[in-house]
Ligand binder design. Structure first.
Ligand code: DX5
Length: 227
């Protein structure tokens, strides 16, 4: 009997009420989510603009949940320390935004955080093949980054499966996360493809029941698919 690896749920704050962010993050924690994702956008790497490290720091003391910073920014290196100081235990940079990704990932670990790398839909897994030993979290985007509420790109599932196979083949301790359009239905096929960490925004905040109901339903759906 293979042990069921329980899926992890990560809440994107993108759909949250930014006028009441502290309480929204507390609601996320009460809903039984495992971590918070801060979708950092700079208006250059993606069209949208969101928030900086000071906003994250202002919420740090509101909850015990882990924070991950998803840096959808054109130049992540100058501010790496600021996200860690703001209370993020994981810092995720985009492979497409890092001229020297090997050095950037090593720097994140030197700062005491876990190093994550995200791949846009058009970016092949090969882009990170030679740095996976420096990666603690691989984020496969299942939408084009910049906005919440987009449709899940099922065409990313072969990439998810290839990432799962490579992580398992090399025996690497890497969280395989997906982000974009994750709901009770799409989480099933993403889990079947090999994802184990699921970032969700719209489906969590605007589900039919409470946030806890949505979290429970998505977790149950993913668990059912994990061998
Ligand atoms: C895209 C964002 C979104 C967000 C999740 O740049 O990163 O993927 O986290 O949003 P939903 O769950 O609404 O697609």
């Amino acid at each position: 009997m293979t042990e069921t690896v329980s899926p992890m749920l990560v809440a994107s704050v993108l759909p949250a009420d930014f006028a009441d962010l502290g309480r929204q993050v507390q609601e996320i924690e009460k809903a039984g989510v495992d971590r918070v994702q801060w979708d950092v956008m700079d208006g250059r790497f993606v069209p949208n603009i969101t928030f900086g490290p000071d906003v994250i720091a202002s919420c740090r003391g509101q909850v015990d949940l882990g924070f991950e910073a998803h840096l959808m920014v054109a130049e992540p290196d100058p501010m790496l320390a600021r996200w860690v100081e703001a209370g993020c235990e994981i810092v995720i940079v985009h492979a497409e935004a890092s001229r020297h990704l090997h050095r950037t990932l090593g720097r994140i670990r030197e700062l005491g955080a876990r190093a994550g790398v995200a791949l846009n839909p058009a970016t092949p897994l090969a882009a990170v093949e030679h740095v996976l030993d420096l990666v603690d979290l691989l984020l496969v985007m299942t939408v084009n980054p910049g906005f919440g509420g987009q449709a899940y790109l099922a065409g990313m599932e072969p990439k998810i499966a290839a990432a799962r196979a490579e992580i398992d083949r090399r025996g690497l301790d890497i969280e395989l996360e997906v982000d974009g359009g994750i709901s009770t239905s799409t989480i099933r096929t993403a889990a079947r493809a090999g994802a184990r960490v699921f970032c969700t925004g719209s489906a969590l905040f605007t589900g039919p029941g409470t946030m806890a109901d949505s979290a429970l339903a998505m977790r149950a759906a993913a668990t059912g698919e994990i061998a």
